[in-house]
Design a protein around this ligand. Structure first.
Ligand SMILES: Nc1ncnc2c1ncn2[C@@H]1O[C@H](COP(=O)(O)OP(=O)(O)O)[C@@H](O)[C@H]1O
Ligand SMILES: [Mg+2]
Length: 336
């Protein structure tokens, strides 16, 4: 039996752009699927097709047991959607926004009021409840948007990049809310550019690139598939990066990733500690000074890099309270 969210060969084109090129998904009831992919991969288009906002050009999609093309209204009644761009009304207060959603769903005024108060509390918005939403911070808006999607407790939820642009504290808060939500049995499809988020929240991860699912599995399965371990080297001097990359190429089982301004190189290997010792000897022989070297298990980041040839996380987002340090991970290049 297909899951609560099911897609088979989903195709969507915009002029020359084949945004979805045959997407297959199957999300069992009560689980979380993380749709992971870089900008332009087709995540939002997938969500828009599954939530009836866009009509697919081909393929089939069934949500909560209903065909999205044949029964869009019924699908809409069974789902909640939290968009990539928060859809709150700026001029209404937080409370009014939530009550309005309840009334749109034909709740009685009293019930809508109670539900709004309950959600405001759950999302730590009670203090700001009676201020217009335009005075909210980015994190508060996201929480309000998510609360709005939950007014009618839908059995199937979609969240399109729910935490993009949030600072770590707000992200953590939102993760807690999402965890609570799915522990109540909601089926969730979540898109994200953050590997950590998928790792944290998703039972299963589908990696999308160029409108296709290019890999699927649990975080551990995907990591195991990437195979082996990684040797990470931080060279002391930037001018040694090239020579160090050459050494690693001789020992590695794949492309070497270079993060220039961290002076760091990463290469997949098999051979463990013995190989590590050999690499150290060779670097030493060539007079390449190291600040750090070590062996580690692959991360989801490595999985993504080896699958798509580029790092997952975009570096150009406008976030509130962005921490400068993380940008460094985002500019990876591979050396052939
Ligand atoms: N309404 C649209 N008109 C034209 N092209 C679009 C439209 N929506 C998305 N696209 C294109 O489809 C591709 C997938 O976009 P999208 O689904 O938004 O990716 P993601 O959400 O993963 O960043 C991109 O190349 C994007 O430019
Ligand atoms: Mg998107």
């Amino acid at each position: 039996m297909p899951g609560a969210i099911y897609a088979e060969g989903l195709v969507k084109t915009f002029g020359d752009v084949r945004a979805l090129d045959g997407v297959d998904l199957d999300v069992p009831e009560g689980t979380v699927l993380g749709l992971l992919g870089p900008n332009g991969a087709g995540k939002t288009t997938t969500v828009r097709c599954l939530t009836t906002l866009l009509r697919p050009d081909g393929g089939k999609a069934v949500v909560a047991g209903l065909d999205v093309v044949r029964h869009p209204d019924a699908v809409r009644r069974s789902i909640g959607l939290s968009g990539q761009f928060a859809a709150v009304d700026e001029y209404l207060t937080g409370r009014e926004n939530l009550q309005m959603v309840g009334q749109l769903y034909q709740m009685r005024a009293k019930a809508a009021k109670e539900r709004a108060a309950e959600l405001l509390d759950r999302f730590h918005l009670t203090d700001a409840a009676d201020r217009p939403a335009k005075t909210y911070s980015g994190g508060m808006r996201r929480r309000l948007d998510l609360a709005a999607a939950l007014v009618v407790s839908p059995p199937v939820m979609f969240m399109d990049e729910p935490t993009t642009g949030l600072d770590p504290r707000n992200r953590q808060q939102l993760w807690d809310v999402i965890k609570q939500l799915v522990s109540g049995g909601t089926t969730l499809l979540l898109t994200t550019q953050y590997l950590e988020e998928a790792d944290h929240l998703a039972h299963e991860i589908a990696v999308v690139d160029h409108g296709r699912v290019i890999a699927k599995g649990t975080s551990d399965q995907l990591k195991a598939r990437t195979g082996g371990e990684r040797v990470e080297v931080v060279v002391h001097r930037p001018e040694h990066l090239r020579a160090a990359a050459e050494v690693l190429r001789g020992f590695g089982k794949g492309d070497t990733a270079v993060e220039e301004h961290m002076r760091k190189l990463t290469v997949p290997v098999t051979g463990g500690a013995k190989l590590l010792a050999e690499i150290i000897r060779e670097l030493d022989t060539r007079g390449i000074e190291m600040d750090d070297i070590g062996l580690r298990r692959p991360t989801l980041d490595d999985v993504f890099l080896s699958l798509t040839g580029h790092a997952a996380e975009a570096g150009d987002e406008e976030g509130e309270g962005r921490t400068g340090g993380r940008g460094s991970r985002r500019r990876k290049e591979t050396v052939q």
